[in-house]
Ligand binder design. Structure first.
Ligand code: NAD
Ligand code: MG
Length: 360
C-alpha cells in the first residue's frame, strides 16, 4: 500500500492505494466520529462488496445502514439526492451522520454533495470502485449532481476524510469502464507529465490486463498529479481548470447525446483528441503529436472520433459549460504533449474546421 497526503488550508486527508484495502477497516475506523455509518452504494456494487465491508465493520461494533441507490449517470439527480436525505434523516435524526460509499464516480459525486448539504456538512469517506473514481472523482472534493440544464450543474466543493482505493475491486469492473478510467489517466500524462505519457505507452497492455503493479503506479501518479494541482487551486480559480482537458468537448458530447449514451471517460477521450487537433491547428503541436495521442487513446479501447452534433449544437452545448467566463469558452489545449494551457476562445475558422473535420 502507498499513502499520499492531500493538504489544503482547512483540511488534510490521506489517499491510500493498494490491494485488499477494503478488508483493512482500520484505515477508515479513525475517521468515524461515532460508531455509526451509512454505506451508500448502488444496485450493481452492493451485491459484490457491501456484505464484506458490513461484516468487517460489525466486527468493530460499528452500526451500518446501507443506502442502495439505482445504478447509472441518469440517476445522479436532485430526486435521488432528496431520497438520500430522507433515508439518512429517518435513520438518525439528531446525530451528525456519516456517509461512506463504496461506489463509482456517480454515487461518490452524489453522496459527496448530499454529505456537504446534510446538516451543513456530514463527514464522509470515499471508497472508489471504478478506475475513473480512483484516479479522479474521489480526490479533490468536487461533488455534484446533474440537472436538465447541464451536467454537474448543482454541486459543492467538499473534501472527504480519507480516500481508500483498493485496486483489487477493479477485477469485477467491465472492460469498457476500465477503459473509461484510462481516459482520465492518459489526461494526466497529456496535461502535465510527458514522461508519464511515455510510461503509459509502454504499459498500456499491462494496464488493460490489470497488472497490479502497473495499476498501482498509474493510480498513484494520477492521484499525485491531481493532489498537486488541487493543493495549489482548490476552488478552480486558476490551474485546476487544466484538469478539464478534453472535458469542454466531452461534456458537450455527454449532454448532446443524452447522459449515459457515452461513458464520461469515452467522451473525455474523444474530447482530448479534439483538444489535441485544436492545439495542432493553433500551431503548437504537430500532426504526429496528434497521431500519438489518437494511438494511445485507441489502444486504451477508447473512441477517437466525436459524434457529429453539428457545429451550431456543439457551440451551443459548450456555451453551457461551467468553464465559460463572460461569454468566452476557455479551452484547455496543449502547448506540447505534457504541457496544457488555458486558452480563452478559439478563432471561429479553427472551430468550424475542427467540428467538421476528420475527428468528428
Ligand atoms: P459509475 O459510478 O457510473 O460506475 C460505472 C459502472 O460500473 C456502474 O454501472 C457501476 O455500478 C459499475 N461499477 C462500479 N464499480 C464496480 C466494480 N468494482 N465492479 C463492477 N461494477 C462496478 O461511473 P464512474 O466512471 O465511476 O464515474 C463517472 C462519474 O464521475 C460521472 O458522473 C462524472 O461526472 C463523475 N466525475 C466526477 C469528478 C469529480 O471530480 N467529482 C471527476 C470525474 C468524474
Ligand atoms: Mg472527468
Amino acid at each position: 500500500m502507498i499513502t499520499l497526503d492531500l493538504t489544503l488550508p482547512d483540511t488534510r486527508y490521506p489517499i491510500h492505494i493498494g490491494r485488499g484495502l477494503l478488508d483493512q477497516v482500520e484505515l477508515l475506523l479513525p475517521h468515524l466520529p461515532i460508531p455509526k455509518v451509512a454505506i451508500v452504494t448502488n444496485t450493481v456494487v452492493a451485491p459484490l462488496y457491501l456484505v464484506r465491508l458490513q461484516k468487517k465493520l460489525a466486527e468493530h461494533d460499528v452500526e451500518v445502514t446501507p443506502i442502495i441507490l439505482p445504478d447509472g449517470e441518469d440517476h445522479k439527480t436532485p430526486g435521488n439526492t432528496e431520497s438520500h436525505f430522507r433515508r439518512t434523516a429517518a435513520w438518525s435524526l439528531r446525530t451528525k451522520n456519516y456517509a461512506d460509499c463504496p461506489r463509482g464516480g456517480v454515487i461518490g459525486d452524489m453522496t459527496g454533495f448530499a454529505a456537504a448539504c446534510y446538516q451543513r456538512g456530514a463527514p464522509f469517506i470515499q471508497i472508489p470502485t471504478t478506475l475513473l473514481a480512483q484516479v479522479d472523482s474521489s480526490v479533490g472534493g468536487k461533488t455534484a449532481i446533474n440537472h436538465p440544464l447541464g451536467k454537474n450543474m448543482i454541486g459543492a466543493f467538499y473534501q472527504p476524510k480519507v480516500v481508500i482505493a483498493d485496486t483489487e475491486l477493479l477485477a469485477t469492473l467491465p472492460t469498457r469502464e476500465l477503459s473509461a478510467g484510462l481516459a482520465e489517466v492518459i489526461k494526466y500524462g497529456l496535461l502535465g507529465d510527458a514522461s508519464f505519457l511515455s510510461w503509459l505507452e509502454e504499459h498500456m497492455e499491462a494496464l488493460l490486463a490489470q497488472d497490479p503493479d502497473a495499476l498501482q503506479y498509474a493510480i498513484r501518479r494520477s492521484c499525485e498529479m491531481k493532489a498537486n494541482i488541487v493543493q495549489q487551486d482548490e476552488k478552480e480559480s486558476g490551474i485546476r481548470a487544466l484538469l478539464n482537458l478534453g472535458h469542454t468537448f466531452g461534456h458537450a458530447i455527454e449532454t448532446g447525446l443524452g447522459y449515459g449514451a457515452w461513458l464520461h471517460g469515452e467522451a473525455v477521450a474523444a474530447g482530448m483528441v479534439l483538444a489535441a487537433a485544436a492545439s495542432a491547428a493553433m500551431g503548437w503541436i504537430t500532426a504526429d503529436d496528434v497521431l500519438r495521442v489518437e494511438t494511445l487513446i485507441s489502444r486504451a479501447g477508447l473512441p477517437i472520433k466525436s459524434p457529429d452534433l453539428g457545429v451550431a449544437q456543439w457551440l451551443e452545448l459548450m456555451g453551457h459549460d461551467k468553464k465559460v467566463e463572460s461569454g468566452t469558452i476557455r479551452y484547455v489545449l496543449l502547448k506540447a504533449l505534457g504541457h496544457a494551457i488555458i486558452q480563452p476562445g478559439l478563432p471561429k475558422s479553427v472551430m468550424t474546421k475542427l467540428l467538421t473535420g476528420r475527428h468528428i
